[in-house]
Design a protein around this ligand. Sequence first.
Ligand SMILES: [Fe+2]
Length: 429
Amino acid sequence: MTQDLRLAIAAELERTRARTTLLTDAVDEDDLIRQHSPLMSPLVWDLAHIGNQEELWLVRDVGGRDPVRRDIDELYDAFKHARRDRPALPLLNPAEARTYTATVRDKVLDVLDRVRFDPSRRLVDDGFAFGMIVQHEQQHDETMLATHQLRAGTPVLSAPPPPPGREITGEILIKAGKFVMGTDTEPWALDNERPAHAVDVPAFWIDAAPTTNEQYAAFIDAGGYDDPRWWSECGWAYRIRAGLEKPLHWLRDHDGWHCRRFGRVEPVHPHEPVVHVCYHEAEAYAAWAGKRLPTEAEWEKAARHDPATGRSRRYPWGDDPPEARHANLGQRHLGPAPVGAYPDGASPLGVHQLIGDVWEWVSSGFEPYPGFTAFPYREYSEVFFGGDYRVLRGGSFGTDAAACRGTFRNWDHPIRRQIFSGFRCARAA
Ligand SMILES: [Fe+2]
């Protein structure tokens, strides 16, 4: 049992590092050091930060070993330096960052060989700290993928196209009643997903699929960006200030909408979920469509509640971990798949693509569940509660399965759209 867990953790660490290596070896030294957008860190900062967090938690805390590089802790503390300021720091150069992360990893594999997954030590029970570090690295890999999307220059990433779609339209009725939100049992769930608690949700309709490019283009064509009726007061103020008039990376050409994706310009696919919209744009579209965004509880009930048994599933399709047939996750494709591409991943009531493709903005702010306790550190979630954040659910094509489940909660400022963010609509029944 313990040996199985050790092997599973080692495999996840290795698989995750292969993705980090792919993302950082794809570009030259100059591109690793350069800041591609003031919203993002230089890639070389992410790389050494991944190693530094792994050192702090697994080498020093779990392993009780001597520090590898205590002198660089401050440089790679995300709370000490805003992203826009990071290029000016005396960072490790690419070769130093690669050596550092490899040295840390060697020590971690040694710690993993000897660690006892002592149930009385919560940090290591079920391998939690290792799972947290795998998820942390995968989250930075998704962030680095977003940096790649913002980078100018020739394309360096490639992947096969996603599977074809099929027509999925309309709304699904989710009946009123209690369901269990959050988890007590998911071993690598983070503190903000806990504890499991019953929530009574009034009946609502939710779109069977995320909002598509074709639908979103109709909103643009109908003058949605010029009509303050559809926007919240602060959404409209931001729309004016930032000059928003289309999703990030869209270009209008003589023959219609195109988008720039990882350095290639291609026609906007009408049936793919819209991506790179901020919360305010999602909210305005929903109002124009005569609907609204789902609450976080509505989203999770649609994704997890099994009306036949009354229990909450780990994923819309059941409790089995995601496979390629279930969802577009893990950077297997370099964009969202068209609607209907994953019938095997639908919920029991027929809601499609809740997991993967695009993160979905929901109307709720980022708040603790009743009975929340910070673990293993306040800076993971607690310091973000009650801010101006909005929650995003379900993961994107750039989210790894290790960092995505029916209970997983992401959050960001409502103006952000460099992330792989889309949405679906809902309305009261
Ligand atoms: Fe981080």
